[in-house]
Design a protein around this ligand. Structure first.
Ligand SMILES: Cc1ncc(C[n+]2csc(CCOP(=O)(O)OP(=O)(O)O)c2C)c(N)n1
Ligand code: SF4
Ligand SMILES: [Mg+2]
Length: 316
């Protein structure tokens, strides 16, 4: 069936322009997985990241998002190639700097769904500071860290989540540094949504991404995603198909209880999967919007040059 002009226009990307209201009579159709799939992903066959990408497509399709309603951002790493493979707005940014870049997008375009993807090195080594600060600021965006316990792109160096004893190019005799616990770190930093999943459980990944997207604040998901090339079998203990165990967060867990969430996060591997912590706090987006509104009231009726003049006068 051929599309009407209104339908075609409704699909035109409006980059940099606030989302246009649907034209009268034009029913918005979300993107389909087929439309979203860009270049052939260059990951190794069997890499866990494929599953996360497929479920992201499913999420966009399920939630009927159009081009101008969401953006996909990443840093550098195998996992951070993600936006290349999504036929929509996005950016493959500087190593470890995806979060500040995405924060700028979220604060200037609060109408968008901002999704950030990356690896354990990108998030917790070079991007460690940004992770903590974005969490404490409660910027509205969803961050999925595809944790494979290794630097994959640069061919097997120890990462901040590599377990003790892991032999890599940087620790030939086995890792000696204590790994960080991403869940504990996110809770302690002030993240208002903290969840854990694994790429081998597609329904669970999708459910966590949907819940993260619906959260009004900084939502973080640690998604175990195996690097079959440099850390094969790392997550077998969390995969029932490999003889492991997939344990969901206990039904009676209170997600608003920070200490209970911290205790869950401290469970030995493979630990639990699901939403560990969720709280409601004003976002930086809402706070800045309030400031902007108050400031605009003060200059109501003035022309831009008059506002500038006022500022210069104040500097005299
Ligand atoms: C400033 C800077 N330092 C170092 C690198 C090299 N580098 C690229 S990706 C990467 C680590 C990637 O590991 P991770 O984030 O875990 O992603 P993965 O490849 O495992 O998905 C490093 C050290 C870089 N690109 N830029
Ligand atoms: S090196 Fe590892 S993380 Fe990178 S694409 Fe290959 S399997 Fe995936
Ligand atoms: Mg990694």
């Amino acid at each position: 069936m051929s599309e009407t002009i209104a339908e075609v226009l409704a699909r035109v990307p409006q980059s940099g322009i606030p989302a246009a209201a649907p034209l009268p009579g034009a029913e918005r159709k979300g993107l389909t997985k087929k439309e979203l799939a860009a270049d052939h992903p260059t990951w190794c066959p069997g890499c866990g990241d494929f599953s996360v990408l497929a479920l992201y497509f499913k999420l966009i399709e399920k939630r009927k998002l159009a081009q101008e309603e969401f953006v996909s951002i990443a840093g550098i790493g195998c996992s951070s190639r993600f936006p290349y493979f999504v036929q929509a707005h996005g950016a493959h940014y500087i190593h470890g700097r995806a979060l500040p870049f995405a924060s700028g997008i979220s604060l200037s375009r609060p109408d968008l769904h901002v999704f950030v993807f990356g690896g354990d090195g990108d998030a917790f080594s070079i991007g460690g500071n940004h992770f903590n600060h974005t969490a404490r600021k409660n910027v509205k965006l969803s961050y999925v860290v595809m944790d494979n316990w290794v630097y994959g792109l640069t061919k097997k160096q120890t990462s901040p989540t590599s377990p003790l004893g892991f032999k890599s190019k940087t620790d030939q005799w086995g890792a000696v540094d204590y790994p960080i616990n991403p869940m504990k770190q996110a809770i302690a930093a002030g993240a208002t949504f903290v969840a854990r999943t694994t790429s081998t459980n597609p329904n669970h990944v999708l459910a966590m991404m949907e819940a993260a997207m619906d959260h009004d604040g900084f939502s973080f998901i640690e998604c175990l995603s195996e690097c079959v090339e440099f850390y094969e079998g790392a997550f077998d203990a969390a995969n029932p198909r490999k003889g492991g165990m997939f344990k969901e967060v206990p039904k009676d867990h209170d997600v608003s209880d920070e200490l209970a969430a911290y205790r869950l996060a401290g469970t030995d591997f493979p630990g639990y999967f699901g939403i560990f912590y969720k709280s409601s706090k004003p976002t930086k987006n809402a706070k800045e919007a309030d400031i902007n509104k108050a400031m605009m009231e003060k200059v109501k009726g003035l022309k831009p040059w008059q506002i500038l003049q006022k500022n210069f006068d104040r500097l005299k």
